[in-house]
Structure formats: structure tokens, C-alpha cells
Design a binder for this molecule. Sequence first.
Ligand code: HEM
Length: 502
Amino acid sequence: MFVSLILLWLCIWFIIIQLKSRRPKNFPPGPTALPILGNILQLSLENPLKDFERLRKTYGSVYTLFLGPKPAVIISGTKAIKEAMVTRATEFAGRPQDLFVNDVTQRKGVILADYGPSWKEHRRFALMTLRNFGLGKNTMEERIHGELQYTMNTLEQSIGKKPLSPQMMFHNMASNIICQVLFGRRYEYDHEFIRVIVQCFTENAKLTNGPWAMLYDSFPIIRNLPLPFMKAFKNVETCQKLAVSVLTEHKKTRVPGEPRDFLDCYLDELDKSINGSSFSEQQLTMYALDIHFAGTDTTSNTLLTGFLYLMAYPHIQERCQQEIDEVLGGKHQASFDDRHNMPYMQAVIHEVQRVANTVPLSVFHSTTKDTELMGYSIPKGTLIIPNLTSVLNEEGQWKFPHEFNPENFLNDQGEFVKPEAFMPFSAGPRMCLGEGLARMELFLVMVTLLRRFKFIWPEDAGEPDFTPVYGVTLTPKPYSMKIQLRETQQDGRQTHNRDSGE
Ligand code: HEM
């Protein structure tokens, strides 16, 4: 009897040891992981950002968490993130290939492509095409201003009516700007294409980092069950159908060698492509959707955060408007070059990006070979989570890490300065490829709208709530704004003094 009990106990112990998540030699430290579950019970599945910060205080800037049986290394703080993304660049430039997001996007596109020739060729193509279609030239500025006319009409129409909810407006605007590059056209805000695509994008931005995605990643056994994560697959299917219809229409109307937009350029590339090329029609729709998604949800959520803070801090809004009026004078419209004469506006936009923390955990990376980080050994293929949040509010890096204060980007002479911890676009070879476009959009949109309108927090809306809704992108909670036309109109447009609600 006694021997049987000992044997039983040994068996159970052996099974526990086998199931216990294994920690490679000299691996970064972390909390003890349970068999099968790993550390999942130590994280809020709704929003793990606070847990990541708490664990960092205990285990340091490089630590390990087990998501189910799979280890993930969380990197926090400017020093460690720079060492990984910039100094060791290519060693940390991979993307994991066995996560929910990979299945949802069918392992196509550029954002989640693993480090290798296909990613390189598609990244280079996207950067080149963005440049050819006007980034760095006036054409992109004109497109942004063109789209802004529709936004301004929407805002003007809300004057004298009940406060406006800007969520869809900014999403539609950002989506249309990237649509013009990708598909050579914009869509009316009530057009089915933009309505459905924006809806699917916003839903998937929440689903792909949400609790169900974390369960999907941790427990492969549940992957085929009809659980809420299935909605993300459905959304991608819907978007793909829309993208295929645009592609079919492009194939009918294109003139080879005379590209009108991104799709035409890719089709030209396909005509030229030889055996072994990574370009293919199957890649194209997901690739275009990837860039459309990346260019919509990020910029629009940053703008939403910006206007929320500018309403909550009216003196900052007024100081921006003063600088805009002084610098633009009677000029018809702002150009991106005007930023060099607007240190305060630049500081405000950067501060908005810092507090917006739009992509809080970046896009997950993986190691491309056995490597080291801050003295720890990290094997090839390890999941890496760069905690950008920890950099954007890192004590010691910012004058005011925990408040909204443009002084974070101004020196004693009032000049604009960019601290090295400003990394909302991440860093290194995988750094956001739309940074140039995003910065141009943020500047032109904020300057143009602040020049023409005053944005007011409605008196009956209670206190502004700055707590964001968690997802791949952080989104401010829905809010409304009251619009007033400014009296000091210098841009030749009609001058009014009407107030919404008056
Ligand atoms: C405020 C706006 C934006 C922010 C904060 C932002 C942020 C980011 C971040 C943090 C990453 C992950 C980088 C990494 O993995 O290390 C990323 C990747 C990416 N972004 Fe953006 N982004 C913005 C706008 C845009 C726009 C407008 C586009 C479209 C042209 C775009 C296209 C992409 C693409 C394609 C990638 C994947 C790059 C790769 O894997 O090589 N982003 N972005």
C-alpha cells in the first residue's frame, strides 16, 4: 500500500514536471508558471498593461511570462527596447507565426510576415510606392487637404445642432486618405465599402489583442470551437471580398505601365515577376488590407485622443491657435513644411502621440536566431513583446511622464526637441513604414481644424474620461464635441461666429 502511494505520488510529480512550462538556461526571470495555464491567471485578459508594469517592477526590464505553455519575453524601458530593436536589430526582427493574428490574416501581407525575403520585398515596395504617390511631395499634402474639406463640411454642418461624435468621422477620413493611395479613389462616408471596412477594422483591432485572442494563443485545443474569436475571421473574409471586387475592377481598367495607384503598381510588378518572386495575386488583397488597416485605426485613434485632450486643456488649444494664426497669416492652407516654424504645435502633436500610446505593445516580434539581451540568453523563435507603453511614460526620460504637458517636447528656449524615448512608431528594421504619412496627416489635420474651429467639451458631458479602451490600438472612450467657428479666420473662407447649441 505504502509503495503504491509513493509510486502514485512519483507519477503525479513526473506529470507535473513534464507539463510545467520549461525555462531555457539563462532565460529572463519571471513569475512561476503553472502547468498548462502558464501565467495567464496573473494577467487581466481585458487589459494586461497594468500587470506588465507591475511585473516589470518585480522582475526588471526583461522578463518572461508563459502564455499557456509558450514563453514570451516582455521588454520594457528605452534602454532594453533600443538594445533589442536597434542594436540587435535583425536578431529581433522576426514575427511569430503561430498566433491568432497569423491565422486570421492567413499568413499573408507585410505586417505579420516573418523576417525574410518576402517581407523585405514587400516592405521595400510599400515604401517606394508611398514615395512615388506623393509622400515627400505636394501630392500627398493635396490629398490630405482634399479629404479635409469633407471633414470640415461634417464639422460645419454640426454647428448649431447637438454635439458631434467624432469617432466615425476621423476613421473615415484616415481610411479615405490611404484609399486614395491604394485604390486611387475616396468613398463617400455613407458608402458601403468604407462603412463595412471601417467597422471590421475597428472590431478586429479589439479582438486581436483581446481576451479571446489570448485564450486562442494559449490553448490550441480551443481553436476550432465556435467561440467569439470566430468573428475576426468573418470580418477578414468580408474585407477580402470587398478588396477582391476593387482588384477585379482594377484589372479591367488598368493600362500596364501606367499605374494609377498602389494596386496598379503591384499588378505591374506581377507582370514583370519571375519564378521565385514573393509577389503574387493571393498576397495582394491581404497586403492592401494590411496597409489600409494600419493606416486607418492608428491615425484616427491618435486624432481622437488629441481632440479629447485639447478640449480638456483649452489653454493649450488656444496657444496652438495663436501660433497657427501667427505663422500662417493670410496663407491659403498649411503645408507640412510649416511645422519648422511651429515649435509649440509640434510639441503638442508629439505629446498627443505620447499620451495616446496608440499601439501600446507594438506588433509582437520574435527572435530570428539564438541571441542575448541585457545579459540574458534568448533562443531563436522566442515570442517578444515590446512594451512601448513603458517607454512613452518612463520616469527619468520625460519631464512630466504622467501628465499631458507639451513641455515634454520643449527646451528652455521654447524650441521643439524630441527625446530618444519618443517611440510610438517603434524602432529598428520593423519600425512603422507609414510614419512619414502619419506625421504628415497628424500635422495637417490638427493645424487645419484648429485654425478654423474651436473644439469645446459639452457642459453636460461630465468630466472627460481619459482611460482608453484596450486593443492592438488604444481608443478613447466615445465622446462628443461642440464645435464653434473661430472668429480669426485668415484663410479666405467665410467668417462666422456661430456656436453649436446656440
Ligand atoms: C499614428 C499613426 C501610427 C502609429 C502610432 C503606428 C505605429 C506602428 C507600430 C508601433 C508598428 C509596429 C512596429 C514594430 O513591429 O516594431 C507599426 C507597423 C506598421 N505600420 Fe504603423 N503606425 C501608424 C500609422 C501607420 C500608417 C498611416 C500606415 C500606412 C501606410 C502604417 C503602416 C504600418 C505597417 C505596414 C507596419 C508593419 C511594418 C513591418 O512589419 O515591417 N502605419 N506601426
